[in-house]
Ligand binder design. Structure first.
Ligand SMILES: Nc1nc2c(ncn2[C@@H]2O[C@H](COP(=O)(O)OP(=O)(O)OP(=O)(O)O)[C@@H](O)[C@H]2O)c(=O)[nH]1
Ligand SMILES: [Mg+2]
Length: 352
């Protein structure tokens, strides 16, 4: 699972990437694609780990990708290559003053970014429709449903509406292969001044406190981050960070909230396996059946699947221990098609 970080020049992409991933290297790394894998903070895993004292505790992970800065001719041809196979996008929007530049206008920047993605998608659709028309002339039978969807997509793009606003297009298995840029979910990060934790007023976005999110126009979720502050924070020792946090009146790092938010933005949830050897969070898409959740752990478990013993995290907490909860009948036996829920603790029973 990978999130692509994009934004206008100087918006703070590198700063935010480094704040999220703890990576360093800044300016010198500009010309290369960068990828950072980070752990998704989850209090439930911390608590389960305390209960079981396992040898290993493993959290869920997501990747952040920041494309290399492209110049000249390269800019048009390969600019979006790496971004296309990201599962969702993060827009970094400048909301701080910068010497020698115009005042910040994040609302306008959203429109600019959307427009770049839409132009790109438009070209892809147009080319594909031409190709399909040619195929039809040569006697090949294209899928009429795909053509209808592509034509509809073209209309929306002509009207400058991003495809993410149309779930039947954005989520269509028929169009999946095109990996349309404007169909991807977006988390907008308003990159504020160090002293400023307010959500700026943008048409379609409502006000929110730092870290809180709000859904804006064209289906984008927005959150405030103070990129530079967070980047500095990410490079500090715990003691240094503590002083810093109180000085700037922040309770906890906003990056944790951004990471958690981007996880749910991807439509991801976690189920847990617990034991004395390992407590682990496993990542699945919402609405995943137990059989496919088993497959995430190991194909053998899927192959030999008998049943899944499932207990909700909340039920375990309420009872105090797994056995206590089990006595109360909170461990359910579920079959292959059970839809796994966020926070399910699962013990798969299987034959090898
Ligand atoms: N005040 C303030 N300055 C910031 C913030 N984030 C970034 N900057 C500054 O803005 C400048 C650009 O930041 P970068 O992170 O390099 O921006 P970028 O989007 O990666 O820029 P390019 O890769 O050149 O497109 C740097 O001088 C940063 O120190 C912020 O949250 N507040
Ligand atoms: Mg940069």
């Amino acid at each position: 699972m990978k999130l692509g970080i994009i934004g206008l020049s100087g918006a703070g992409k590198t700063t935010v990437f480094e704040a999220l991933t703890g990576a360093t290297g800044g300016e010198s790394a500009k010309m290369e694609d960068r990828i950072g894998t980070i752990t998704v903070p989850d209090e439930r895993v911390d608590i389960l780990s305390k209960i079981y004292s396992p040898q290993k505790t493993i959290f869920a992970k997501v990747e952040y990708f920041i494309p290399a800065k492209k110049q000249g001719k390269e800019k048009d041809s390969s600019q979006w290559t790496g971004v296309r196979d990201c599962d969702a996008l993060i827009y970094v929007l400048r909301n701080f003053k910068q010497y020698g530049t115009e005042g910040a206008d994040p609302g306008q920047d959203i429109a600019t970014l959307d427009s770049e993605l839409m132009v790109n998608d438009f070209m892809v659709v147009e080319k594909r429709l031409e190709r399909l028309a040619l195929d039809a002339k040569r006697g090949k039978k294209p899928n009429p449903e795909e053509i209808a969807l592509l034509k509809e997509a073209l209309e929306h793009l002509e009207e400058e509406k991003p495809l993410r606003s149309f779930p039947h297009i954005a989520d269509s298995p028929l169009l999946k292969g095109y990996a349309f840029l404007s169909a991807k979910s977006v988390l907008a990060l308003l990159n504020n001044e160090d002293e400023d934790s307010e959500m700026p007023e943008i048409a379609g976005f409502s006000m929110a406190e730092e870290g809180e999110s709000s859904t804006g126009g064209s289906g984008i979720e927005g959150m405030v981050i103070r990129g530079k502050l967070e980047q500095e924070l990410s490079q500090m020792t715990d003691e240094e960070a503590e002083d810093f946090l109180s000085e700037f009146n922040i309770t906890a790092s906003a990056t944790d909230r951004v990471i958690i938010k981007s996880y749910s933005l991807l439509g991801l949830i976690s189920f847990f396996t617990v034991g004395e050897d390992e407590v682990r969070a496993w990542t699945i898409k919402k609405e995943t059946e137990a059989l496919n959740a088993a497959d995430v752990i190991h194909s053998d478990i899927k192959q030999g699947f008998i049943r899944a013993e499932v207990m909700a995290y909340g039920d375990l907490m309420e009872a105090g221990s797994y056995n206590e909860a089990k006595k109360k009948g909170r461990a359910r036996l579920e079959g292959k098609t059970y839809l796994v829920e966020d926070g399910d603790i699962i013990n798969f029973r299987f034959n090898v």
